[in-house]
Design a protein around this ligand. Structure first.
Ligand code: SF4
Length: 281
């Protein structure tokens, strides 16, 4: 193996938390049978995070693999080729769209960018928190759909950046420092929306009853001003057991937010997390 090939192999490796087949529970492709590749590592700290086990990067990550032959575990550091073999084994016969999720998958842009050539002709979808615009721009040519979260900065505790370099693997884990505060999040949001103009993508706005509808106006304004054709999915936050201080949104907020989106000419729909109500992973 040449030095270039060895380096390429290192920067395309990512820590896989789990691989499983299910239905897409959120966003524009809700209900579609997909295979999910969930990666470890997220620098953000959403107060209503529904995958808290994915945030930290363990010293020795282990992948949980729900394959058609049953569950097994393996070393989590995986190349796109290794992930593709797990994806094929998780499908029960027919090929499915592959959803790369997290954590924050854009911590591992080399992996995301390389995956498609190993899983083709499957589609590759990306779910991202929208805090890494440079990494997003890098991977865009290699993903078929992006589900972009638009978050309120006040819903996030201070970020906890991942190590820039993972010593054993020599992996550069991210290209962007996580945004902090309202202004940096607004800049990241605008840059992500700009990159996604004309791409198959949706803007997903998780919302809770903790904030008035008016607080979400800048998010909707940005979509309308930068990527007006992008569908908007308003997603009521599902408060997990033990989540403190998260207020479930009610009918009044549903109506206000929907009207705010419609009045800006946006293509909007309101969708809860369907996989939660069906008790699916
Ligand atoms: S970005 Fe996603 S994984 Fe990270 S804290 Fe927020 S909800 Fe959790």
């Amino acid at each position: 193996m040449s030095a270039t090939q060895a380096t390429e192999r290192k920067i395309t490796t990512a820590p896989v938390l789990e691989v499983f087949a299910s239905i897409q529970g959120e966003g524009l492709y809700v209900g579609e049978p997909q295979v999910f590749v969930r990666l470890f590592g997220c620098p953000f700290r959403c107060r209503w995070c529904d995958t808290p086990g994915s945030l930290a990067l363990p010293e020795k990550p282990r992948a949980r693999l729900d394959l058609s032959g049953g569950r097994r575990h393996a070393d989590g550091w995986a190349s796109p080729f290794q992930a593709a073999t797990w994806i094929a084994s998780a499908e029960s016969g027919s090929r499915r769209t592959v959803s790369v999720t997290g954590g924050e998958p854009l911590q591992w842009p080399g992996f995301v960018r390389s995956l498609r050539r190993f899983v083709a002709p499957r589609r590759v979808h990306l779910e991202t928190a929208g805090g890494h615009p440079r990494a997003l721009a890098q991977v865009l040519p290699a993903v078929d759909h992006v589900s972009l979260d638009l978050k309120l900065s006040e819903d996030l505790d201070p970020p906890v950046p991942l190590p820039v370099e993972e010593p054993e693997q020599g992996i550069v884990s991210t290209l962007d420092a996580p945004p902090v505060g309202r202004l940096e999040w607004a800049q990241a949001r605008a840059a992500c929306l700009f990159s996604l103009r004309g791409h198959d993508a949706c803007a997903k706005i998780p919302f809770s009853g903790n904030h008035p509808a008016s607080r979400y106006a800048p998010l909707l304004d940005d979509v309308a001003g930068i990527a007006a054709e992008m569908p908007v999915v308003l997603q009521p936050i599902t408060a997990l057991p033990g989540a403190e201080g998260v207020i479930a949104p009610g009918r009044e907020l549903f109506d206000e937010l929907t009207e705010m989106a419609l009045s800006r000419g946006l293509h909007v729909r309101l969708l809860p997390q369907v996989h939660r109500s069906l008790h699916l992973p």
